[in-house]
Design a protein around this ligand. Structure first.
Ligand SMILES: Nc1ncnc2c1ncn2[C@@H]1O[C@H](COP(=O)(O)OP(=O)(O)OP(=O)(O)O)[C@@H](O)[C@H]1O
Ligand SMILES: [Mg+2]
Length: 269
């Protein structure tokens, strides 16, 4: 295992429809075998960044207008999604993770893959082994799955593409805490088994920091803060703003920020 970064973003700007600058000057990296998290409020630019890396911003009439995105020495800026998949990056998106009218098995076999048929079969078997709930429902339509099962399938169907780097947008969104914990445990086992690297987007900082070796905090399209797990846990700003360090056990950025603003209005910030 080498320490050279697998993915490096430098000075990346993304503009939607020639007008809306969603992110500005983003610089981040993911090393081999690392789990990196992007945290931040609604509209901070987290999804835009993942879609810029995976090539899907093109579908939203957006472009990388400045900076570089380099994966294993290859430039990815404004390339097409299937080209990027072929290089070894897959994404489990925030929405539309599965094809609802196809069965679980069909979902697992529909995406283009870098793997040989034998490797593909091995990976499919591994996914069903790690997610027995999916195996039990392999002939059910994906539209009938629970939120947790849908997330498992969204991840499993992308593992079958054979990525070296998996991007996951909002792993925990809408899931019960117990299901989230189960997913985290399985995903970390799969990561070790396959030697994957992960770049996660999360609004739930507690979840992100449970998994991540390193985290970037986005605010209004820019990186406001970054650091390793120890730094994040030790940082008072992060503690208060993201980890519910204050009363009430707030678990996401938006709640924490709202609480801070209310305190500010009352002159106690
Ligand atoms: N298709 C689009 N067309 C124009 N602007 C967009 C589009 N998608 C996102 N934006 C804008 O880009 C900015 C960043 O949005 P993005 O979806 O990346 O944020 P996010 O951090 O993922 O937020 P959330 O937590 O709500 O998912 C926002 O100002 C948003 O309005
Ligand atoms: Mg998003």
């Amino acid at each position: 295992m080498t320490d050279a970064p697998l993915l490096v973003l430098q000075g990346v700007d993304v503009v939607y429809k020639h007008v809306v600058r969603a992110v500005r000057g983003i610089a981040l990296e993911v090393k081999r075998g690392q789990v990196v998290a992007i945290l931040g409020a609604n509209g901070a630019g987290k999804t835009t960044t993942l879609r810029a890396i995976s090539g899907f911003i093109g579908l939203d009439h957006a472009r990388v207008t400045a900076g570089t995105i380099v994966f294993k020495g290859e430039h990815l800026e404004n390339r097409l999604p299937h080209q990027i998949t072929r290089l070894g990056i897959s994404i489990t998106p925030e929405r539309d993770k599965v094809f609802p009218n196809l069965t679980v098995s069909e979902n697992m076999s529909v995406a283009p893959s870098r793997l040989t048929n034998a490797e593909r079969k091995r990976t499919t078997d591994m996914v069903f082994q790690f997610f027995p709930a999916l195996a039990a429902r392999r002939n059910s339509e994906a539209g009938l799955l629970s939120g947790g099962e849908r997330q498992m399938l969204g991840i499993g169907a992308k593992l079958v593409c054979g990525p070296e780097l998996l991007l996951v947008d909002e792993l925990s969104l809408g899931l019960a805490p117990l299901i989230t914990q189960e997913l985290i445990a399985r995903l970390m086992q799969i990561k070790d088994e396959l030697g994957l690297s992960l770049l996660l987007v999360e609004q739930n900082a507690a979840v992100a920091l449970q998994m991540a070796d390193y985290a970037y905090v986005f605010e209004n399209g820019e990186i406001a803060l970054e650091g390793d797990r120890a730094m994040m846990r030790g940082n008072r700003h992060i503690q208060e703003l993201y980890l519910g360090g204050g009363a009430g056990g707030r678990r996401n950025y938006r709640d924490a920020r709202a609480a801070r603003e209310v305190r500010g209005q009352h002159g106690r910030a």
